[in-house]
Design a protein around this ligand. Structure first.
Ligand code: SAH
Ligand code: SF4
Length: 358
């Protein structure tokens, strides 16, 4: 169980935490207090926790900083920079991980509720041409504890801002492709939705994928309780592959078939995301084709006006309302994603780690 750099306590599921205590001769019932301290109370320092003596002793002996030879450390990302946006409702955190890599996490306030947008990888291997994360390439996967750590950071930030506010919603729509890092994402979401800790309801969690078919199949087979969002962006293979290179691996036809099967198996609605790009995928003809493609699927379509990124010259559609109307007339709920944090590059697809560690 001892790794040279130790293990993150935030990587552990509840039952793994019980096992860790038990294997050191501590009653596993103490896992509850430890779990609550870490996840419900979002402590950054366990020395202040009011633990019973056996747990206190175990923590003092086993939890260190990851460099002192103790078994465990805590995943507390360091805040490298916080950038509020001028709308006052969006806060972007640049978080530094233990190896110096940086990721971005965004806290968004809507009327009375808060949503955190979480990263799953440093960079992304999928290479969507219009996305800043795709443009930087893939650095590495995040561990579960690093995903959980982002949510805990957002909770602490919100608690300082207003102790009465709760974090109720989560979207896996930050940097990276969650279904390309599915084990860590599964473990992290289990922790994040645990009622004894962070307690974000599973139906308030959305996993957004560019269309990694094996991941969608697994979500269906294992009955994941979260929402599924699929980034589509194209209604024909050539149109999509020009924007989303992985469409060559998991092509549109197979993706739609996987979505159809997901819908049948789970009975759940799928959210399709569509970044509207002038002249690329915003014509009335495309909208009609999309409606046809999704026929029979319980689908909600989310339109996202293209946000600017350095590495892509395309521009946002002037007016997506005709596109929206066509889909609505075909019977699909279709909404525009609220634009948030564009001025601080916290909008969709604008998240990008700084080059300081590259
Ligand atoms: N990798 C996952 C989740 C992260 S991206 C996915 O692709 O679904 C979250 C959303 O932002 C996706 O729907 C993506 O297509 C969209 N997006 C990426 N770059 C964008 C940009 N420049 N403008 C608007 N939306 C963008
Ligand atoms: Fe990766 Fe999603 Fe960006 Fe595509 S849109 S490059 S899948 S983060």
């Amino acid at each position: 169980m001892i790794a040279t750099n130790g293990l993150s306590l935030h990587d552990l599921s509840y039952s793994e935490m019980e096992q860790a205590l038990q294997s050191d001769g501590v009653n596993p019932a103490h896992a509850k207090a430890l779990w609550q301290g870490l996840h419900r109370d979002a402590l950054v320092d366990l020395s202040v926790a009011d633990f019973l003596p056996p747990l206190r002793k175990w923590v003092d002996e086993n939890v260190g900083n990851g460099r002192d030879g103790r078994h465990f450390f805590l995943d507390i990302p360091e805040l490298a920079e916080e950038i509020p946006s001028s709308d006052g409702l969006t806060r972007k955190f640049l978080l530094r991980l233990r190896d110096g890599q940086t990721i971005e996490t965004v806290l968004m306030g809507y009327e009375g509720r808060h949503t955190v947008c979480v990263s799953s990888q440093v960079g992304c291997a999928m290479g969507c041409v219009f996305c800043a994360t795709g443009q930087m390439g893939f650095m590495r996967h995040l561990r579960a504890g690093e995903i959980v750590g982002q949510v805990l950071h957002a909770r602490r930030a919100l608690r300082e801002q207003n102790p009465d506010m709760h974090l109720r919603n989560l979207v896996m729509m930050g940097m990276g492709e969650p279904l390309h890092n599915i084990e860590a994402v599964r473990q992290a979401l289990g922790t994040i939705s645990d009622v004894r800790g962070i307690n974000i309801g599973p139906s308030k969690i959305a996993v957004s994928t560019v269309g990694v078919i094996p991941g969608i199949e697994r979500m269906a087979a294992e009955n994941w309780p979260y929402r599924l969002a699929v980034s589509l962006h194209g209604s024909r293979e050539e149109e999509r592959a020009a924007l989303v290179p992985v469409s060559k691996r998991w092509n549109l036809e197979a993706l739609i078939a996987a979505c159809r099967a997901y819908g049948i198996k789970t009975g759940k609605r799928i959210f399709f995301e569509w970044t509207l790009i002038a002249g690329e995928n915003d014509s009335a003809q495309t909208a009609h084709r999309l409606a046809k493609l999704l026929e029979g699927i319980n689908a909600h379509i989310n339109l996202i006006p293209l946000n600017p990124t350095g590495g892509y010259g395309g521009s946002a559609s002037k007016d997506g309302h005709e596109f929206q109307r066509i889909l609505r007339d075909a019977g699909f709920p279709c909404t525009f994603r609220q634009r948030r944090g564009i001025d601080v590059a916290a909008g969709c697809g604008m998240l990008k780690a700084r080059g300081e560690t590259a």
